[in-house]
Design a protein around this ligand. Structure first.
Ligand code: ADP
Ligand code: F6P
Length: 329
């Protein structure tokens, strides 16, 4: 289908919220699909900040060379509290209209989709979302861009920690990212052979953890890895280590993996996902669609209403947490 079928001439693309490896591969896919279909495309810089400050630039085929393998986002990203206010969304919509931009591809997490949905509902600008966040906490898609890379980055750190944990017969608490969700923790925990996984959805009392560690030692285990998501409450990794020390006398070392999980070259899985979703997003706009997110379910491309994406919560991976526990005997 060409752009003349929908009379759409010009679209915009932006990345928003926390950056995620594979966002560049998604931008590349969006831009090349758009240009191939005769559309002009503007790259909006720094998410909603660029939209309200009119920071954007035209993107061409060749601008997309050599970015598929790069982490971060060439369009920059950001968190823009002003966009919560209707007057700033109006300012953004006015800028977009002045530039002749009729539709947008938003690459970000559920917060970014809330902004996109508001823009669409209040100002009639068509939007299609692509889930890009290392947290994987977006309803309606099994995978988000960046999650696979973040899990593998954390895993390679944990493999190294295992060596020293084993050499010194130590307990390690490794804190992974995930302010509000435990997807990274549960995946990394199973793949890294963790003894326990603590997530915002899986709060385990310290007494239980201590009991488990003592049992493990009694069974002959000499080292243990505990994974905690940063959102785990009460207490993050250092508090947990202190509580374990107080209750059991066991010394637990802490390693906070932090923002290294957000960077680095995207894995093949993330590049493929990003390429599929970028293509699908532009096709959806060309088909006249709006207020949807393109995602994957059971390996297939799907379109999900943005309303559902932002109002529903993706279920956590309880089964993975149970699996890690069952296998760490
Ligand atoms: P993510 O998109 O990764 O979930 P955030 O939650 O930080 O990241 O959201 C990114 C940006 O989206 C915010 O900084 C803000 O500009 C915009 N946003 C988030 N929630 C809303 C909302 N309810 N209404 C309008 N804009 C929003
Ligand atoms: O949403 C991605 C994420 O990396 C979360 O896992 C983390 O809690 C948060 O962003 C950190 O955000 P910032 O880099 O803005 O501190």
């Amino acid at each position: 289908m060409t752009s003349t079928d929908t009379k759409m001439k010009k679209i915009g693309v932006y990345t928003s919220g926390g950056d995620a490896p594979g966002m560049n591969a998604a931008v590349r896919s969006v831009v090349r699909t758009a240009v191939t279909n005769g559309l002009e495309i503007m790259g909006i810089i720094q998410g909603y900040t660029g939209m309200i400050e009119n920071k954007m630039l035209p993107l061409q085929m060749r601008d997309m060379a050599n970015i598929i393998q790069r982490g971060g986002t060439i369009l920059k990203t950001g968190r823009c509290p002003e966009f919560m206010k209707p007057e700033y969304r109006k300012k953004a919509a006015d800028f977009l209209r002045a530039q002749g931009i009729e539709a947008l591809v938003c690459i970000g997490g559920d917060g970014s989709f809330r902004g996109a949905q508001a823009l669409a509902t209040e100002h009639g600008i068509r939007v299609v979302g692509i889930a890009g966040t290392i947290d994987n906490d977006v309803y309606g898609t099994d995978d988000t861009i960046g999650f696979d890379t973040a899990v593998n980055t954390a895993l390679s750190a944990i493999d190294k920690i295992r060596d020293t944990a084993d050499s010194h017969d130590r307990i390690f608490i490794v804190e992974v990212m995930g302010r509000n969700s435990g997807f990274i923790a549960s995946h990394v925990g199973v793949a890294g052979g963790a003894e326990e996984i603590l997530t915002p959805e899986n709060i385990i009392p310290v007494d239980k953890i201590v009991e488990k560690l003592k049992e493990s030692r009694a069974r002959g285990k000499t080292s243990s890895i505990l994974i905690t998501a940063e959102g785990q409450k009460p207490g993050r990794a250092y508090d947990l280590a202190e509580a374990i020390r107080k209750k059991s006398g066991l010394d637990a070392k802490v390693c906070i993996l932090g923002h290294q999980q957000r960077g680095g070259s995207p894995t093949a899985n993330d590049r493929i996902l990003a390429s599929r979703l970028g293509y699908a997003a532009v096709q959806a706009l060309l088909d006249g669609k709006s207020n949807i997110m393109v995602g994957v379910q059971y390996g297939r491309l799907v379109e999900v209403a943005l309303e559902d994406v932002i109002s529903k919560t993706k279920e956590g991976d309880k089964h993975l947490i149970q699996l890690a526990r069952a296998l760490s005997v």
